[in-house]
Design a protein around this ligand. Structure first.
Ligand SMILES: *Cc1c(COP(=O)(O)O)cnc(C)c1O
Length: 658
């Protein structure tokens, strides 16, 4: 992956106001469909506010500074990038969204602190594991300066990033994860660089090493303990807490830490209590339960003589991926302000009850900071559809099964569609048996299948008018869906959709003033049957097909996957050797926007080198083989040259289709 020099391009900005006043270019045949219908269908206001919306021309608009600044037409931006030879898929980052997220989180805590008269402050940290890309972490540190926003490291390499990148005086550097001697020495010596490392003990074994190194280096470290709470998280990451959690110290272990520190005259080093109940907490009540338990541990530690000053509530602040504001896994039933209020109020209450000074509050919110800032835009390469069937009309000489199936087809109505579906399935099965025993010709069998699909198509029209879908017909929509082929690898760009069934909002970024008349599932470029997306956000749970527009032959069709700025990039893998996508950083300026950084995606040469192939060696092998074939007159000189030229050029090209 290569980082190109900064290129600055100025473009005219469209303010939200003049976007809206622009007349809609609505073609006559689609005039019945409105952008409001698209808004509702794709739920963009639910998950997108205040950053993503639709303009009158039916394009997705990005307002990276929320309601405070200019906006960018995403469709036009993608075209401008393609003119600059940046091919799709492209990951577009909006630095201003990152800044806005940091501001929001900090201002919510500031408001809560004022509201409850909290006699302490908030010092958030960003967990580097959520997105380690250099430009992003550097931006975070820069935007966070005003709030003394720090970093959290969960491993040695992340500590290396944090130590070098964090330059804000007073900002905290939380050191989590498993630690060995090198980790601990580096963290402690970081103190001498003016950093504020807080070493959080996750394992009892770490303590003797901490004490030993502290004595050797003659440094008094600032220590924390990670508590294993009994309040359990729920959902996907619920296992991060509870008695069997992988991380943290039990109550008896915490007491052992206190005793051993005391015995070594280091109890005043213990200043922080940390807990983390899991990512994407959908329910505020779970967060409150954990807080209550942690607050009690905090005040008890203070009364045991530890020099308690910080309470770190970990990550878990959720993102509303489906925009429903509910406690389903893809959503959350609280706002950032509710979260901040609950943290502040709960801690204040517990501390004042025991006359303990309130701590500086820390959260390690990753997902809530990093998700919104990036949008993955990709194109659709083609589609395959279940074609509309003209039902075969049998005559009196035809096989009885055809006549019966045709009658069933004709009878379909809102009262009997469920019954007819089962009959049709049965006829189809019978036809297969009759065929196997030689009683039905190939043509007759084809006619049965044609009639079966015609029934399904008629039934689905009826079904779509119904408010209730019977369980046994739940898969029909998916069975009848088109497949849209995306120029993308799910494994590289959205691994959590495959690994843990996570939902991201996906929608077209243009043509939103036209009715999307197709229902489709998405298939990616890999040769893996798991390389697909067939679960989409919906107000009520999950839907198995996405409404998309019919493809126009002369026009590319662009889809955006939103809110995928957390965890996806680093968890992505090279399945089928599809590499990193192109990436651009966009920043709003008074004149429009600038392209701050361009990070070109992997070339085939780079991807091949990850699996130890040397591209010159590969070219040489092909050259030698063509020489042999030339000699044997199996290839002409012109053909051999064309082959070699293609081969060599491909090595320097993008791994996706152009
Ligand atoms: C992963 C993790 C986080 C970040 O969680 P989010 O849900 O992304 O906010 C914070 N702290 C610790 C210890 C973690 O492991």
């Amino acid at each position: 992956m290569t980082s190109a020099p900064v290129s600055i391009d100025q473009h005219k900005v469209n303010t939200a106001a003049n976007e809206l006043s622009r007349p809609a270019e609505v073609s006559s045949e689609s005039s019945a469909w409105t952008i409001e219908e698209s808004e509702e269908l794709y739920r963009i206001n639910g998950w997108g506010e205040p950053y993503f919306s639709i303009n009158a021309a039916g394009h997705v608009i990005v307002s990276p500074q929320g309601d405070r600044g200019g906006s960018i037409n995403l469709h036009e931006l993608i075209q401008a990038l393609q003119v600059r030879k940046l091919s799709l898929p492209i990951l577009v980052r909006f630095s201003d969204i990152l800044e806005d997220r940091i501001e929001r989180l900090n201002s919510c805590f500031a408001k809560a602190i004022t509201k409850y008269g909290y006699d302490g402050c908030y010092r958030g940290v960003f967990p580097v594991k959520c997105n380690q890309q250099r430009h992003l972490v550097e931006d975070l540190v820069k935007f966070g300066q005003r709030y003394q926003f720090g970093l959290e490291a969960g491993s040695k390499p992340e500590l290396m990033i944090a130590l070098a990148t964090l330059k804000t005086p007073g900002a905290l550097l939380i050191c989590n994860g498993y630690k060995d001697r090198a980790y601990l020495e580096t963290a402690m010596l970081g103190q001498k660089l003016g950093q504020q490392p807080m070493i959080v003990l996750e394992q009892l074994d770490e303590l003797p090493l901490v004490i030993e190194i502290s004595q050797q280096l003659n440094i008094r470290p600032r220590l924390g303990v990670r508590a294993k709470l009994s309040a359990k998280g729920i959902g996907r990451w619920g296992g991060s807490a509870g008695d069997r959690a992988k991380f943290g110290l039990t109550i008896p272990e915490i007491l052992t830490v206190v005793e051993q520190l005391k015995a070594n005259d280091m109890l005043s080093c213990l200043q922080l209590l940390h807990f983390h109940i899991g990512s994407q907490m959908s329910s505020i009540s779970i967060i409150k339960d954990a807080l209550r338990e942690a607050c009690q541990i905090y005040v008890e530690l203070a009364s045991l003589g530890a020099n308690m000053q910080y309470l770190d509530v970990g990550g878990g602040l959720g993102v509303d991926y489906n925009g429903s504001k509910t406690n389903v896994p893809a959503s959350k039933n609280y706002s950032i302000q509710n979260y901040a209020n609950d943290v502040v109020a709960e801690v204040k209450e517990a501390c004042s009850a025991k006359d303990v000074p309130v701590p500086t509050l820390i959260s390690e919110s990753g997902r809530a900071i990093a998700s919104h800032q990036s949008v993955l835009v990709f194109d659709v390469l083609g589609s395959s559809e279940v074609r509309p069937q003209v039902p075969f009309e049998p005559s009196s000489e035809d096989h009885a099964i055809l006549k019966e199936l045709y009658e069933a087809y004709q009878s379909i109505n809102p009262k009997n569609y469920q019954e007819v579906f089962h009959d049709a399935e049965q006829f189809k099965g019978e036809a297969a048996s009759l065929f196997n025993f030689g009683y039905l010709s190939l043509t007759e069998r084809a006619r049965v299948e044609n009639l079966f699909w015609a029934c399904c198509q008629k039934i689905i029209q009826v079904l779509r008018q119904e408010t209730y879908v019977p369980d046994d017909l739940a898969d029909l929509e998916k069975m009848m869906a088109s497949i849209y082929y995306m120029n993308l690898s799910v494994f590289q760009s959205a691994p959590d959709t495959w690994a843990i069934d996570q939902l991201f909002p996906i929608m077209p970024i243009h043509r939103l003033n036209e009715e999307p008349t197709c229902r489709a599932t998405l298939a990616d470029l890999t040769c893996d049957s798991d390389g697909k997306i067939d679960r989409f956000i919906d107000l009520h749970g999950v839907k198995s097909v996405l409404e998309l527009h019919e493809l126009n032959h002369d026009e590319p069709y662009y889809l955006g996957m939103f809110l995928n700025g957390a965890y996806q990039e680093i968890m992505g893998n090279l399945h089928n050797l599809f590499g990193d996508t192109n990436m651009v950083h966009i920043q709003v300026t008074p004149q429009g926007y600038t392209i701050e950084h361009v990070v070109k995606g992997d070339t085939m040469k780079e991807v091949l080198s990850y699996v130890q192939y040397d591209s010159e060696d590969l070219v040489e092998q092909i050259r030698r083989r063509s020489e042999v074939s030339l000699k044997e007159k199996q290839i002409t000189l012109i053909e051999a040259q064309l082959l070699l030229q293609n081969y060599e050029e491909s090595l320097n090209q993008y791994t996706y289709l152009s």
